[in-house]
Design a protein. Structure first.
Length: 129
């Protein structure tokens, strides 16, 4: 499934938890600044993406139990995996991503259609509508 450059457990984590390169970058950004809270606007600015994309990205990471979020608006997110075994796994993901950027991004792009894409497709206009 993965290349020899990406261990199977890391590949499985990426395929299960990461829908896009922006999501990977957001996870690693919040991990590297785990003492800081981030809102979608700050993440969007830092990753050079639109704020709605940043909001969806952060929501997916929250759903994947890799972040926690404030209850108030605008929501602020902080890296805090829900299970202790996720932290060393994400640390390894960060290390491998830093050394094997192209194979990891290829793995992300090789995924079947993601929920994010399905959500975006729901708003596309079709000729028969």
């Amino acid at each position: 499934m993965s290349s020899d450059l990406i261990p199977d457990d890391i590949a499985q984590f990426i395929l299960k938890k990461i829908d896009s390169v922006a999501q990977m970058e957001a996870l690693l950004l919040l991990r590297a600044n785990s003492d800081q809270e981030w809102d979608a606007a700050a993440v969007a600015k830092r990753l050079y993406i639109e704020e709605p994309q940043a909001s969806m990205t952060l929501a997916r990471l929250l759903e994947g139990k890799l972040l926690i979020a404030s209850a108030d608006e605008p929501r602020r997110y902080r890296y805090q995996p829900s299970a202790p075994e996720l932290r060393p796994l994400v640390d390894r993901v960060a290390e491998i991503y830093s050394k094997q950027l192209v194979p990891v991004t290829n793995l992300i792009h090789s995924r079947p259609q993601t929920r994010v894409q399905e959500f975006a497709d729901a708003f596309k206009f079709r000729k028969d509508d």
